[in-house]
Design a protein around this ligand. Sequence first.
Ligand SMILES: NC(=O)c1ccc[n+]([C@@H]2O[C@H](COP(=O)([O-])OP(=O)(O)OC[C@H]3O[C@@H](n4cnc5c(N)ncnc54)[C@H](O)[C@@H]3O)[C@@H](O)[C@H]2O)c1
Length: 439
Amino acid sequence: MALKKGVDVKPAQGKLGILLPGMGAVATTFIAGVMAIRRGIGKPIGSLTQMGHIRLGKRTEGNSPAIKDYVSLAKLDDIVFGGWDIFPDNAYQAAVRAGVLESKDLEPIKEELEAIKPMTAVFEQAYVKKLNGPNVKKGSSKADLAEQLMADIKAFKDKNGCDRLVAVWCGSTEVYRKPTEVHSSLAKFEAGLASSHDDIAPSQIYAYACLKMGVPYANGAPNLSLDTPALLELARKQGLPVTGKDFKTGQTLMKTILAPGFKARMLGLEGWYSTNILGNRDGEVLDDPESFKSKEVSKLGVIDSILQPDKYPDLYGNISHVVRINYYPPRGDAKEGWDNIDIFGWLGYPMQIKVNFLCRDSILAAPVVLDLALLLDLAQRAGFHGTQEWLSFYFKSPMTAPDLYPEHDLFVQQAKLQNTMRWMMGEEVIHHVGNEYYE
Ligand SMILES: NC(=O)c1ccc[n+]([C@@H]2O[C@H](COP(=O)([O-])OP(=O)(O)OC[C@H]3O[C@@H](n4cnc5c(N)ncnc54)[C@H](O)[C@@H]3O)[C@@H](O)[C@H]2O)c1
């Protein structure tokens, strides 16, 4: 059982630049939050890297250091922020527009936020039908646009004296697309960039440019982005860690907490109806059926993969699973979700559970962005590369090896994440058998 490994993790020296393609509600809530926390005027609630502890050894040893003291993470004071957006608003203006944080929280950091101005974006309206903005690059081809992004990355790194960079896509959800021939290999993808192939999405141009520049990449939206053979080939070639897709925050987080519980107790599920209202720009983008399709596919996969209807046909063989998102401007970022869950027990007797989650989308997503940025940077310094399945904990639609089904159960994901940290540090992994206490 011993899996002791232990890798040489390079120290987190110097500045870490966090690049954010898409500087809307999530990105600005994240940036403003880190600034407030650095000044001691807020706490990093929801961030495992900042608030979590990890148990080492036996329960009787009482050894549970803070994760941030156990693995080598960049310090919040060493972070600098940059990004791109199709709107020219600086981070303060974008945060005010997003309406997530109140002015009492934004005013003390106004100047610092104002200094963060988005670089011009790579954008194609065919991929986000509801948006159109002026802060957009012009280029002779998609290859040229990728070159311009690479020049941005180099200039940002030099100007800010960064030692390392990571990127987290916080841009809008692009329309649903399956991978095509142009995504099947790096060579075909590069030829597609040169010929401005229609199937190459803007998010893929960012992912390509970042990977070319040695920048690990996480995708917070459900669209494919780097989850294609071509870009994964590039990540492997460059020796870079990558992860995605779609931050797991509100309703799906609740699903992956509840569904494993039903399954653990062998309770049946007949149906799960989820609906929610939200009124932020993300909601507006998702009002387009093609962008919603990306989200729907990402949200629907969760239940089947946790409940395994093929193995448990009596319990989960005939589930009706419906997901709706309704754009409702008065709510802004304060989303309200309703879940009606029809379960059944002994002899098939039916029961219902109702969940009414009055959440705040970006408040839930901001700590996820922070953890992903810090853990991707850690992964890079530990020499990990390719798809980082141990970061599934943070995603609705985790990327995995091609023939592997994704693990959605939040608690399996948590165990995987913590055991990866223990393994990285040369510690015994914890298997929870616990018979040694009774011998
Ligand atoms: N908030 C959550 O809980 C949550 C959960 C899962 C996923 N997400 C995803 O995270 C992303 C960001 O969410 P948000 O609420 O901040 O949305 P938002 O609309 O406030 O911000 C997205 C920003 O991306 C910009 N953008 C779009 N295309 C771009 C491009 N090609 N280049 C640069 N900028 C571009 C938009 O102008 C906008 O400012 C969305 O894709 C959303 O689906 C959010």
